[in-house]
Design a protein around this ligand. Structure first.
Ligand code: SF4
Length: 227
């Protein structure tokens, strides 16, 4: 896949940020996925495309595909523990047609909501490198420009910073805090939540009640904005 050279040997997605599941701009992640695909031939094991409404009021930004979730099924937050709370909550607040997500052909539709990730390839140990976050930010930037969602939910600090970077905002001006919301642009409200990962939910750093509180705020905001 072609891309503009961006100094220090790194490359960026093409102008316009057309996403491809064949993207290999991050050599470490591409090599990692080659190994995962060899060890798990039935897994998607490629960059994972966004999922949901093509004209969303809410864009949810996660960290990266999980090994046995999106990396396996090819759909964000589908088939692993992190998706359990997310899709149940989306359904409760009218964003999803059903409460469970197990596979891309499970019939689930998102309404007024779309889900993407700051980094679209599975990173080793769930830890993308700063250069990989920067490289993949070209796709997030293009998504935000094309979709122009009035609300964005960042799941965790990596997603929060990636959204701000994609909007060309100074990260220090908008510190991450669970339950906070920011106005980085006049037409966009950024909501923050702890990530709904297995670790965070099992340690109760993030409870279902806390997570629902975020979505209640988002639903109120969107309804007030006439969406
Ligand atoms: S993380 Fe993003 S930019 Fe890097 S290889 Fe995957 S899709 Fe391409």
């Amino acid at each position: 896949m072609g891309g503009a050279v961006a100094g220090r040997g790194s490359r960026l997605p093409p102008p316009g940020g057309e996403f491809s599941v064949d993207c290999r701009l991050c050599p470490r992640l591409a090599a990692h996925l080659d190994v995962v695909r060899r060890d798990h031939p039935a897994y998607h094991a490629r960059p994972v495309a966004a999922f949901g409404d093509p004209r969303p009021g809410l864009l949810i930004v996660g960290l990266a595909p999980g090994m046995h979730g999106a990396n396996r099924t090819g759909r964000p937050f589908t088939g692993d523990h992190a998706g359990i709370l997310l899709y149940d909550t989306l359904h409760r607040y009218g964003f999803g047609s059903q409460a469970v997500a197990v596979a891309p052909d499970d019939g689930l539709e998102l309404r007024g909501c779309r889900i993407t990730n700051a980094v679209k390839c599975l990173p080793p140990e769930n830890k993308p490198l700063p250069a990989e976050i920067r490289t993949c930010n070209g796709y997030l930037r293009a998504e935000l420009q094309a979709l122009a969602p009035p609300a964005v939910l960042a799941l965790g600090t990596v997603a929060h910073k990636a959204v701000l970077r994609a909007l060309d905002c100074r990260i220090a001006d908008f510190p991450f805090a669970h339950g906070a919301s920011h106005r980085p642009r006049p037409d966009l409200r950024l909501f923050d939540s702890y990530h709904c990962s297995r670790y965070n939910t099992q340690t109760r750093r993030l409870t279902p009640e806390m997570f629902r509180g975020i979505f209640a705020d988002i639903r109120n905001y969107l309804d007030g904005a006439g969406r």
